[in-house]
Design a protein around this ligand. Structure first.
Ligand code: HEC
Ligand code: HEC
Length: 338
């Protein structure tokens, strides 16, 4: 009995060093999968093609363009902050990162592979992948589950660089806010009510409440036949395909917002509050990329949030300028690196 226990304890402890090595190897495998255009149907588009590290893991476009120039319906969010999110996509239709990471490979308007088997086949043909699989999992079997863990581990490993606002809050030297920025913060948290949804708590501050709200942006476009749209979503579910295949292909279905995921009428046209981390560098804005500049996005927000709460948020030109100055402190560029 005691011997059996000792053996179990020993085998549980022994691989600690190996565990670290294989965790690193999984991240390396995940990074290669993320950056490899060979895993798209035309060999030209990787995950990083739409989530480019140089563009804060976005693509700088209003809506994403997939293989063969296929036009998507949504603005690519950063994947740098997946650890701060409690749901994924603008409509929160997934709640586990693991359920998200393989979807783009087979979405026809993203990477366009026919199915999971096509993905497995492409990975299997590549010697470097087999080597990485051995380091990560002990043998070179290509299994979907392994690719899921590797990609998720890579995304979670992306460092969350503090914003200047975070550094200011931690009283770091050189990170103090200017008078205008401080006035902007006071407006953001006070009179303008922005922090109700773009939450300032947490270190680093998440700048989202992870909840869903109505905007009015683009919602006028939900003119189509909702019953027909729901039929399309049902059909995908019957085929056990992600509803993202319809959401990213049909602008009308995309405008249903969270409703497409929950079917609750209150969720019609509701979207997840985006984090404002790095917001000054991630134009264009909103779920459909319909707003070009940060100043314009702030104006729209003031307008729609006033409508939603039934009480105008009135800011002078000077106050709007201060609010914008504050939004620029939500940037992760450290002064030293500038
Ligand atoms: C064609 C461009 C494109 C490609 C290629 C692409 N993505 Fe995305 N990604 C998007 C868009 C657009 C969204 C938002 C979709 C939505 O909200 O419905 C998104 C959302 C995500 C999210 C959710 C982020 C959040 O904050 O909710 C993750 C995670 C993600 N992608 C990972 C990946 C991975 C992993 C790959 C490669 C396997 C990949 N993406 C390939 C455009 C792309
Ligand atoms: C009731 C919750 C709520 C409040 C209050 C709110 N926002 Fe938002 N914000 C959102 C949601 C939801 C979106 C996404 C809307 C969309 O895509 O249609 C958004 C989008 C944005 C964007 C675009 C970000 C991006 O990456 O696309 C900016 C900038 C922004 N808000 C700033 C502000 C400012 C400044 C205030 C205060 C005046 C404010 N918000 C108040 C929920 C809110």
């Amino acid at each position: 009995m005691a011997l059996a226990w000792l053996l179990t304890a020993l085998t549980a402890c022994a691989p600690a060093a190996d565990d670290n090595a294989s965790a690193d190897a999984r991240i390396a495998l995940g990074q290669r999968l993320f950056e490899d255009p060979q895993l798209s149907v035309d060999g030209r588009l990787s995950c990083a093609g739409c989530h480019a590290s140089a563009l804060r893991f976005t693509d700088g476009r209003p809506v994403s363009i997939g293989v063969g120039g296929a036009q998507g319906t949504r603005n690519a969010p950063s994947v740098n902050d997946v650890g701060l999110m409690t749901s994924f996509f603008w409509d929160g239709r997934e709640t586990r990162l693991e359920d998200v990471v393989l979807q783009p490979f087979t979405n026809p308007v993203e990477m366009g592979l026919a199915d999971r088997a096509a993905l497995i086949a492409r990975v299997s043909q590549d010697r470097e992948y087999r080597r990485l699989l051995v380091s990560a999992y002990g043998d070179d079997r290509v299994e979907a589950e392994r690719l899921v863990t590797a990609l998720s581990a890579y995304l979670r490993s992306l460092p969350l660089t503090p914003t200047r606002y975070d550094r200011h809050r931690a009283s770091e030297p050189g990170a103090a806010l200017s008078a205008d920025e401080a006035a902007g913060l006071a407006l953001f948290a006070g009179k303008a009510g922005c922090a109700d949804c773009h939450r300032l708590e947490g270190a680093p501050a998440a700048l989202t409440d992870n909840r869903f709200h109505h905007t009015g942006v683009g919602f006028e476009q939900v003119a189509g036949n909702v019953a027909a749209m729901l039929q399309q979503l049902d059909e995908l579910q019957r085929q056990r395909k992600p509803i993202g295949e319809a959401v990213l292909a049909s602008p009308q279905i995309a405008q249903l917002g969270r409703f497409a995921a929950t079917r609750r009428s209150a969720d019609l046209g509701a979207f997840r509050t985006p984090s404002l981390r790095d917001v000054a560098s991630t134009a264009p804005y909103m779920h459909d990329g319909s707003i070009d500049s940060l100043a314009e996005a702030v104006e729209r927000e003031i307008y729609y949030r006033s409508l939603a709460r039934g009480r105008p948020i009135s800011l002078t030109v000077e106050e709007q300028r201060q609010l914008l100055a504050f939004l620029h402190t939500l940037s992760t560029t450290t002064p030293a690196a500038r």
